[in-house]
Design a binder for this molecule. Sequence first.
Ligand SMILES: C[S@@+](CC[C@H](N)C(=O)[O-])C[C@H]1O[C@@H](n2cnc3c(N)ncnc32)[C@H](O)[C@@H]1O
Length: 300
Amino acid sequence: MDLLALKPAAFRHVVFPPSIPGGVPAINFTAHPVPAPSPPASDPATPVETEAFLRWVFEQGGLNVRDYKMETLRRRLPACVRALRARSLAEARQVIQRHPWALKAALGSLIIGVTGFFRDPAVFASLQEQILPEITARGATARIWSAGCSEGPELYSVAIQLAELKSLHRCYLLGTDCRPESIRLASGGAYDSQMVKSVPPDLLARYFIQEGPHWRIHSWLRTVVQWRGGNALDVCEPGAWDMILCRNMSIYLLSASTARLWRALAAALRPGGVLVVGKAERPLGTPGLSMVAPCIYRRE
Ligand SMILES: C[S@@+](CC[C@H](N)C(=O)[O-])C[C@H]1O[C@@H](n2cnc3c(N)ncnc32)[C@H](O)[C@@H]1O
């Protein structure tokens, strides 16, 4: 089964790691054909055409464009049209309708997926010293969700910290993202040398194996993390969570959608559970949340 050819609605239900005989295959980082040179651009689209196109692309990806800051998306539109090797928005739409790879390429160029291992070291220090020991000391399985996990480094960083604390076996870890391609890469767990620069050398040696130019997370660590596609603004992953990481996603959302997101995530925490946000994000005003450390908020 080609998991990547599935439609977005069906994609939500695909859980990684898939049971592939012989393990997870090596990642082909050029997932779609090497494109021909860009054709010359035709007349610029009107604002109405631009918005209609963006609305349609987001709908194809199971998202609502009205949740996002339009200016950011407009700025990224030329990159999207280039990625599709199209000359106009009408042609870009046709490419997406005809080719399974094109929706991934369009969403990949419109939605920002910048991520990294142990991004914001002070936050990861608080997790290691205070939060993870607390939530794993309760005895029950600790449930941790990374919403908007991108290609996985954030959740693998937490998994590595839990392994260092010898608590990983008592945890359930889930990563979700609206971009199917990022979920595929997260489940493969292979990163280039630039990406693993922020991993301390002793942890790199313990939790990764080098495969040519890439560093792949050890299979035993990959198998304890679940990945699936999903729109965090639409669906709250079921169950009460001890920790939800939702970092650097709301900065691309409009304020009403951001407030809705924080309220839904706060409600999904068990009492005493924590929400971890990005450095530029503040879920202030969300009922029931209070700050315990920079970027970390507890549900009372
Ligand atoms: C800038 S990245 C941040 C990744 C990671 N949390 C970090 O801080 O390193 C934002 C991620 O949120 C994802 N995203 C955006 N809107 C989303 C939505 N509605 N539901 C789920 N994921 C979303 C994007 O695809 C992207 O991977």
